[in-house]
Design a protein around this ligand. Structure first.
Ligand code: ADE
Length: 409
């Protein structure tokens, strides 16, 4: 009989046809044989399907979590019984345990890395530099990781090539928009059991994730407020039909807040005292730095703790924070992460980019690289074919028209 982790994996597998098609080819061709892949990702069922795909391709895979609260222990256990897979992740670990597990992954002397947030690459470049010689390259899953990598590269400190999986259209337009939109909202709803319709719903940041969240909340009848620092994005939010204002103004009005900026100090001691009694705060960015929890801890007069909800009592008002301000969609007790169909696309990209970096990495120098266009398009084609959707083709005449410059008025 399958245990709960294996049942979660087999559920995910049935809705991941793109990764399934890649797995079939990997099993036949073994393109990753001889590769040791070190990974720090959210250890849950969809990630496990990626891991078994990489192992099916001939890789030896070593994985831990990329967030102390996002691991599902039953999935971690199930992964450890997959051939050529070693999983060290544990839910609710301390920061020391988190880095111990990262070190155990790195003890495998990986040749390829896959990160979600860049903690693995940071550890390699700071504390485990002896590993650099054997690494041919890496892949990064998320916006925050890409920011960190680009900062490293700008200082000339990134010593191997890394593919910016996050930035490619087949990731951003689906995972960031639909994935974060649905999963963050459903995590708020399932944790609080409160209504979205009719509420003032504040989305901090109008990047790809903010777009998705605003759209979903609006779809459920919320009055959506967007806060931004970028004038073009702010204008876009305005023309998309949302209220745009500063966080100081939004703080006075909002019922539910979700931060999606990837930056620090978005909701702070400047804002908490302005808020209404009963507000709900959560974060959909990678790190727990967007909501100033230390300020709340310092100023609280009392506290109520529920599963996934910390309610701070300050000057008689209740301010509730979900999942300790960590990535809400994976860190609340019932958080499942993004819907399986979008992770199918993101992890198909990861599988193909791992193969690419294994082959091409040795020819590339340190830096951040785009996902090759043919890989991005191939994932779209595989998904369309799994849906049985056919699309038009350019005629020869159209191709010529699109590449010519002398056909005008
Ligand atoms: N499941 C696995 N990785 C995830 C991610 N980065 N975001 C949401 N859900 C996930």
């Amino acid at each position: 009989m399958l245990n709960t982790g294996e049942l979660k994996m087999s559920w995910a597998r049935q809705y991941m046809p793109v990764l399934g098609a890649i797995r079939k080819r990997f099993e036949a061709q073994k393109p990753l044989s001889g590769t040791r892949i070190g990974m720090a990702l959210h250890v849950e069922a969809k990630t496990a399907v990626l891991v078994e795909t990489l192992a099916a391709g001939g890789a030896e895979v070593y994985i831990t979590g990329c967030n102390p609260l996002s691991t599902q222990d039953d999935v971690a256990e199930a992964l450890n019984s997959v051939k050529n897979v070693h999983c060290y992740a544990k839910r609710a670990c301390s920061v020391d345990e988190y880095y111990d597990a990262i070190d155990r992954v790195l003890d495998s002397n990986p040749t390829v890395t896959i990160d979600d947030g860049m903690d693995l690459i940071h550890r390699i470049h700071t504390k485990r530099r002896e590993l650099l010689d054997n690494i041919v390259g890496g892949c990064e899953e998320t916006t925050t990781g890409i920011h960190r990598l680009r900062s490293m590269a700008a200082e000339g400190k990134l010593e191997f090539p890394v593919i910016a999986v996050n930035d490619t259209p087949m990731k951003r337009h689906f995972d960031n928009v639909h994935g974060t939109g649905e999963s963050a909202l459903s995590a708020v709803m399932i944790t609080t059991n409160t209504l979205i319709g009719g509420k003032w719903f504040v989305v901090a940041g109008y990047g790809f994730c903010g777009h998705g969240l605003a759209k979903m909340a609006h779809g459920l009848g919320a009055k959506v407020i967007v806060t931004e620092v970028d004038p073009r994005r702010a204008l876009e939010a305005h023309m998309d039909g949302y209220y745009v204002m500063t966080m100081e103004e939004a703080a006075k009005i909002g019922d539910i807040f979700v931060t999606t900026t990837g930056n620090t100090s978005i909701i702070t001691g400047d804002h908490f005292p302005l808020m209404k009694d009963g507000v709900i705060l959560s974060n959909a960015g990678h790190f727990n730095v967007e909501i100033d929890i230390p300020w709340l801890e310092e100023h609280k007069e009392g506290m109520e703790k529920r599963d996934g909800i910390d309610t701070y009592i300050i000057k008689g008002k209740k301010i509730s924070v979900l999942a300790e301000g960590r990535l809400v969609n994976l860190s609340v007790p019932k958080g499942m992460g993004h819907p399986v169909e979008v992770m199918d696309l993101s992890f198909a990209l990861q599988a193909l980019c791992s193969e690419y970096i294994k082959n091409e990495g040795p020819k590339l120098s340190g830096g951040v690289y785009e996902v090759p266009n043919d890989i991005d398009v191939s994932v779209a084609k595989l998904k369309l074919s799994s849906l049985g959707v056919e699309i038009d083709k350019l005629s020869e005449y159209q191709e010529k028209y699109m590449t010519s410059w002398d056909i005008g008025t």
